[in-house]
Design a protein around this ligand. Structure first.
Ligand SMILES: NC(=O)c1ccc[n+]([C@@H]2O[C@H](COP(=O)([O-])OP(=O)(O)OC[C@H]3O[C@@H](n4cnc5c(N)ncnc54)[C@H](O)[C@@H]3O)[C@@H](O)[C@H]2O)c1
Length: 450
């Protein structure tokens, strides 16, 4: 059975169903479709499906536009909310969210829902390939679900896990050149996956010996980033006290050609991956009654940084007899992206409010109609955001401080103008990127800056 799928996949006769059309699933679906695979993009979010059916892309998806239009024109990609029964072989690629586990929510909820949906229309010879980042043990659980339908994994059904490593907006490392790690239930499934990934990244995939290795690799990569981001952010706090620039320390240390990789300061790691995936390793450790202190410490630092920044701004404003009013500039977790999940901008906003500031937010990517969703994703249910539509003279004139969390390309020019023309009394740059302008009367403070 799997041999038949292998033959069909060699000539791209195997159909692909991509579950979850977000930051991971949509680029993958488009990439495979433009290479001639017959792809069905499946998402439970009807609005997303109808938007894609109308060929309407979000700003951060516009980099896919040429390939998207091409694959739509060739008829290689379609969008739907439900998978279909077909006569030929098919592969279900799972790219759905894996939320932070907590009371009433398990990280594998959506992955299991999607796998069950795929199995409803599946038959012997098909393959499930998981790309979502999962907790250790999830793929074993999926194996049991597949077996419960009467399939024999490795004989008449393939199971594989190839965690996605995409870094949205990274211009150097993209889907097509990021090497990947993969677990496959058997050799034939591995060959089928090689055929698929040949059209993703030239099949630059390293097969690991067990599913647990693959599961831990993914969480460990993001743990490495969280720990290092927290490390440089604590360094920034020390540099503030020493009156030296953390950026200069990091750049100078990075001249060492071995044993050092630079990480950069900011208001804290955010998004759907870096603060979350380390929790998967923490959960695993707890099951053995052991601690993973490096992760616990890093998470603690990550939640402390916004508080430190707010206190620093409060002290500067009070010292200069300025009212406590601030614009949080950049609510997305990363520059040039509309992803607002688990974002430092929201943590700062909340902290400013708790301290009694008059606070507003500005982000050119912010969609007011999605505010409820943003607030839930940032554990701020029931609160609201006072959003500015732009950074016009009229809107900013009543604020003491512009707190820059993200330097979006769309707002960069305006920020420089505001600084150059001394349009607010204080600018606080959380990313320590603005260069000092001696002609400006605005006080420029940076996190880890001098
Ligand atoms: N965003 C990143 O940069 C990134 C990078 C590497 C890995 N990951 C991992 O990839 C996974 C997906 O992340 P994302 O950022 O693409 O999420 P996302 O929220 O952008 O997209 C997920 C999509 O899945 C849909 N969905 C939910 N349940 C579904 C179901 N049962 N069937 C079909 N669709 C369903 C949602 O409606 C949503 O459109 C997560 O595990 C994440 O940790 C994300």
């Amino acid at each position: 059975m799997l041999n038949n799928t292998l033959q069909e996949s060699q000539i791209k006769k195997t159909s692909i169903e991509v579950f979850g059309l977000g930051y991971v699933g949509l680029p993958l679906a488009v990439r495979l479709a433009v290479q001639g695979w017959n792809v069905s993009g499946i998402d439970v979010n009807r609005d997303r499906i109808s938007r894609l059916e109308k060929n309407d892309l979000f700003d951060s998806e516009l980099n896919l536009k040429t390939e998207f239009d091409e694959s739509r024109k060739q008829g290689f990609i379609s969008f739907t909310t439900e998978p279909k029964k077909i006569s030929g072989s098919k592969i279900g690629i799972i790219c759905v969210p894996t939320p932070i586990p907590g009371p009433g929510i398990k990280s594998d909820k959506y992955v299991k829902d999607a796998v069950e949906k795929f199995l409803d229309t599946s038959k012997a010879g098909d393959v499930i390939l998981v790309e979502s980042s999962v907790e250790v043990g999830t793929i074993d659980d999926l194996e049991n679900i597949v077996k419960s339908k009467g399939f024999v994994i490795g004989k008449d059904y393939g199971l594989s896990f190839c965690p996605e490593r995409i870094d949205p907006q990274n211009k150097e490392w993209k889907l097509e050149n990021i090497p990947r790690v993969i677990y496959c239930s058997d050799d034939v499934t591995f060959q089928i996956c090689q055929n698929v990934y040949y059209d993703v990244n030239q099949a630059n995939i390293t097969r690991v010996s067990s599913v647990k290795v693959a599961e831990v690799v993914k969480s460990f990569e993001n743990t490495y980033r969280l720990v290092n981001i927290s490390l440089v952010n604590e360094l920034a706090i020390l540099c503030d006290k020493l009156g030296i620039n953390a950026g200069e320390v990091i750049s100078a240390a990075a001249t060492k050609p071995f044993g050092f990789k630079p990480f950069y300061t900011g208001a804290g790691a955010g998004g759907h991956c870096i603060p979350k995936d380390p929790l998967f390793l923490l959960e695993s450790s707890k099951k053995f009654g052991i601690e993973f202190k490096a992760i616990e410490n890093a998470l603690e630092v990550n939640s402390f940084v916004p508080k430190y920044i707010v206190e620093t701004i409060e002290k500067t404003l009070s010292k200069n007899n300025l009212p406590l009013s601030v614009i949080v500039c950049g609510m997305a977790y990363k520059h040039d992206l509309e992803d607002m999940r688990d974002s430092s901008g929201f943590k700062l906003y909340d902290e400013f409010q708790k301290k009694g500031f008059q606070v507003s937010a500005y982000d050119p990517f912010y969609k007011k109609q999605l505010e409820k969703k943003y607030l839930i994703e940032n554990k701020m249910e029931g609160k609201s955001i006072n959003l500015l539509n732009d950074l016009s003279n009229d809107l900013i004139k009543n604020f003491s401080c512009l707190c820059i969390v993200q330097h979006h390309t769309k707002s960069k020019f305006r920020i420089h103008q505001i600084y150059q023309d001394s349009m607010v009394p204080l600018i606080y740059d959380c990313q320590n990127k603005l260069a000092i302008n001696p002609l400006s009367k605005t006080i420029l403070n940076s996190f880890g800056g001098k």
